[in-house]
Design a protein around this ligand. Structure first.
Ligand SMILES: C[S@@+](CC[C@H](N)C(=O)[O-])C[C@H]1O[C@@H](n2cnc3c(N)ncnc32)[C@H](O)[C@@H]1O
Length: 278
């Protein structure tokens, strides 16, 4: 009896998943065997929210797996890591991308970028972006305007953009600028993976019930900020995010709720937006 198109589709998917899983497993085994000296210093790791090298290693491999599985990342893709910190994602991708693959990472944190530059694959590109108002690190109530540009990346050449725990620290204007820049550099119908804090009814329920995030207040319509210690918090309503995404020539194709505010059905910590170039 001949296979139906449906069954053939399922079998093809299973085969390609097995291939990807094997490649992910290889990278994961390699990274887990790296000696501690190959990872960034403890204070750098803590700066991006990991408790120690083991946490950095595990979260790096898990996040890498999530990206590669979700987008079926090929080893010759050009990928952009926005706010790449001290290379948590550059590390596994340095073992995954082939000679034709390209990785670009940038951040406003010079020490993190310098560490990446000195310690990760020489054909990977790491760039420091100057921030006039670096509220993640400095005076959090400064009103100086940033003027970020990704003009160092050729237009419509990038296969995948990701920004992990970065939009959760951006003010409205910077989030809008970055979305517009993503739209310029992404290839047609390719994706951006952005984690963020969506302010919704589940957040308010959690805030009321636990008292957590009590410092987070609405500063302008649908934009919520919390100025507490270094970790500047930014969260936006889904309506705002959708509007900025659409205005940038992008479309929101999918979103998923995060565990950070005990949202229903959640799995990963921050909320997730999957955006496509129209
Ligand atoms: C929580 S860390 C996450 C780092 C990295 N994405 C990761 O997943 O390991 C937040 C990062 O965002 C960076 N960041 C903060 N404001 C930024 C901005 N305006 N543009 C680019 N990166 C920024 C910080 O320097 C820091 O490296």
């Amino acid at each position: 009896m001949s296979e139906s198109g449906y069954i053939r589709g399922l079998l093809d998917k299973e085969k390609s998943s097995t291939d990807i899983s094997k490649r992910i497993a290889k990278v994961s085994t390699t990274i887990k065997a790296w000696p501690d000296e190959k990872f960034p210093p403890a204070e750098y790791i803590q700066n991006i929210g990991c408790s120690d090298k083991q946490h950095f290693k595990n979260s790096s491999v898990n996040q890498f797996k999530e990206l590669v599985q979700r987008f079926r990342v090929a080893d010759d893709w050009k990928i952009l890591d926005m706010g790449c910190g001290c290379g948590r994602m550059a590390v596994p991708f340095s073992e995954y991308l082939g000679a034709k693959g390209q990785y670009i990472g940038f951040d406003v944190w010079p020490d993190g970028i310098e560490w990446c530059h000195e310690n990760i694959r020489k054909d990977f590109q790491f760039k420091i972006l100057h921030a006039a108002n670096n509220y993640y690190y400095e005076d959090q109530r400064s009103f100086k305007k940033n003027n970020f540009s990704l003009s160092f990346i050729e237009r419509q050449t990038v296969d995948l953009v990701f920004a992990i725990s970065v939009f959760s620290h951006l003010k409205k204007e910077d989030a809008q600028i970055y979305l517009a820049e993503i739209s310029k550099i992404l290839k047609f119908r390719m994706y951006a993976y952005i984690t963020c804090f969506i302010i919704d009814e589940y957040f308010f329920e959690y805030q009321r019930g636990t008292g957590t995030f009590s410092e987070v207040l609405e500063e302008e319509h649908g934009c919520y900020y919390g100025y507490q210690k270094q970790d500047f918090f930014a969260g936006f309503s889904l309506e705002n995010l959708k509007e900025w995404i659409t205005n940038s020539g992008l479309e929101l194709v999918f979103y998923e709720l995060g565990t950070w505010a005990e949202k229903p059905g959640s799995r990963e910590f921050q909320d997730l937006l999957i955006i496509r170039k129209k």
